[in-house]
Design a protein around this ligand. Structure first.
Ligand code: G16
Length: 541
């Protein structure tokens, strides 16, 4: 074991989900090592502890895993459970942490960000509950990065991670496991596999686009092998270091090939895509795109059809920018509905305390209390189980949902690669005006309230402030603005737009048309064009 002298490196502050930087930054001298040592220090040391380790297979995943193993050994970890090939999807890692009673896990991923030597890399730490480190733990890790003077690393050959089995690195046991098996077994305990299999046997056709990222092996095993979907239903199924040049973000922009297949003649009955590390999902039917906010609401309204949730839901939670569609379902079911800041870490306490069963975010994330992360394949299986139980297609289920609950027209506009100063100045100017906006008119509507969202955790009372600017209209329409916490270059403005149409109203509009007055109001109120020099978003979802 060697103690290496180092110095604090600026900017190792984790964002919405772990530390994400350009891959070359992570490959720079001491960069990864400093952050990993800060994690171990920030959680009170690694001595005698058990960790889970894996990643989404992106460039540098394999090298980083070897460094982390040598550092875990040098810091006295008792055991590290690693996915073979250093591969684990984020939900599979969350499950392993929980199932094996580990003290935490390190997941190597920049999620939906592109991979490659010139793209993005990331490291996130999940705690013993399987979920992303809390704000307090994240702060402790960040504080460590700012005072770090040394790190510990063993000098050793690479550990063979090619197949399952136990190896040793000094006194540390390195247990290599099949990345898929335990997760696939968990899915079998949640869903009615027989009903889904019968649907496939009857000719139901699915296309799952793994986007050359981590879910390929999981989707093949579960959908094709265990459930009998036709061979070849899972496409782009081999995880590649650069994701084959794809941007593994399951939205209509980056998964446009899949959308085209579903919109074309003779396409499959169901389409889905996942992201780099397997926690996001997008759901499609023939000619139908299910917005993530609607997906959460539909899943909540139909969860009783799925064996694991047949007894009902304890409650539901959504991030603040997510549409209020699920709120209406919660009201109908008579269960609690929580509104949290963006970031899955904010659901952890509610899930651990048994206050909620389902959670979701507009950013293509849905999940339940089976793990402590959002879970792309779980969401796909939820939909398949519900379709099998109802004997209906995606379009029919969505139409029935809107006919009962009304429709929350919703869209997110992303403006990427912005000058950070200009984006912050724009939000600062709007923030200053918020107190005066109540009662004003915009886009033909009256503003009821305008504020900056802050959240008091109902379980531990911790406060998260500065979580997005909200402009709330009297008729329930809403504009939200915040800066992304997951980018690695410049700033990304996220503009969230919503309005509600009751069950008797016009439910079949294009959301961009339905939201046009709200979009105009948002541009006027925030002065987007004047501040940013542009008014067309890069990504619309
Ligand atoms: C992460 C978080 C999510 C969050 C999303 C978007 O997702 O886990 O909770 O909603 O980022 O965050 P932002 O709007 O700050 O970019 P992932 O899939 O990137 O881990």
């Amino acid at each position: 074991m060697t103690i290496i002298t180092t110095a604090p490196i600026d900017g190792q502050k984790p964002g919405t989900s772990g530390l994400r930087k350009k891959t070359r930054v992570f490959m720079g001298p001491h960069y990864l090592e400093n952050f990993v040592q800060a994690i171990f220090n920030g959680i009170g040391g690694a001595e005698g502890k058990t960790f889970v380790l894996g990643g989404d297979g992106r460039y540098f995943n394999d090298r980083a895993a070897q460094v982390i193993l040598r550092m875990a050994a040098a810091n006295g970890a008792a055991r590290v459970i690693v996915g073979a090939g250093a591969i684990l999807s984020t939900p599979a890692a969350s499950h392993l942490i929980r199932a094996r009673g580990a003290d935490g896990g390190l997941i190597l991923s920049a999620s939906h960000n592109p991979g490659g030597e010139d793209e993005d890399f990331g490291v996130k730490f999940n705690s013993a509950n399987g979920g992303p480190a809390s704000e307090a733990v994240t702060e402790a890790i960040y504080a460590q990065t700012r005072g770090l003077r040394t790190y510990r690393i063993s000098e050793a050959q690479d550990v063979d991670l090619t197949g399952a089995g136990e190896r040793r690195l000094g006194a540390t046991v390195v247990e290599v496991v099949d990345p898929v098996a335990a997760y696939a077994d968990l899915m079998e305990t949640i869903f009615d596999f027989a009903a889904i299999r019968a649907m496939f046997d009857a000719g139901f056709a699915l296309r799952f686009d793994a986007m050359n990222a981590v879910t390929g092996p999981y989707a093949r095993e579960i959908l094709e092998h265990r459930l009998g979907a036709a061979r070849g239903s899972v496409v782009n199924a081999v995880p590649l270091p650069d994701f084959g040049g794809m941007h593994p973000d399951p939205n209509p922009t980056w998964a446009r090939d899949l959308v085209a297949v579903l919109n074309g003649a003779g396409g499959p009955d169901f389409g889905a895509a996942s992201d780099g590390d397997g926690d996001r999902n997008m759901i499609l039917g023939p000619g139908v795109y299910v917005s993530p906010s609607d997906s959460l609401a539909v899943l909540a309204a139909n969860a009783h059809l799925v064996p694991a949730y047949a007894g009902g839901l304890k409650g539901v939670a959504r991030s603040m920018p997510t549409s209020a569609a699920v709120d209406r379902v919660a009201a109908a079911l008579g269960i609690e509905c929580f509104e949290t800041p963006t970031g899955w870490k904010f659901f952890g306490n509610l899930l651990d305390a048994g206050r909620v069963t389902l959670c979701g975010e507009e950013s293509f994330g849905t999940g339940s209390d089976h793990v402590r992360e959002k879970d792309g394949i779980w969401a796909v299986l939820m939909w398949l189980n519900i379709l099998a139980a109802r004997g209906e297609g995606v379009g029919a289920v969505l139409a029935a949902h809107w006919a009962r609950f009304g429709r929350n027209y919703y869209s997110r506009h992303d403006f990427e690669g912005l000058d950070t100063g200009a984006a912050e100045a724009m939000l600062a100017a709007l923030r200053a005006r918020l107190p005066d906006l109540a009662g004003a008119e915009a886009g033909g509507r009256r503003i009821r309230a305008a504020d900056e969202f802050s959240y008091a955790d109902p379980v531990d009372g911790s406060i998260a402030s500065g979580q997005g600017l909200r402009i709330l209209f009297e008729d329930g329409a809403r504009i939200v603005l915040r800066l992304s916490g997951t980018g690695t270059a410049g700033a990304t403005l996220r503009l969230y737009l919503e309005r509600y149409e009751g069950p008797g109203g016009d439910l079949g509009l294009d959301p961009q048309v339905a939201l046009a007055p709200i979009i105009r109001a948002a541009h006027e109120l925030a002065g987007i064009g004047a501040h940013l020099g542009r008014s067309t978003p890069d990504v619309i979802s």
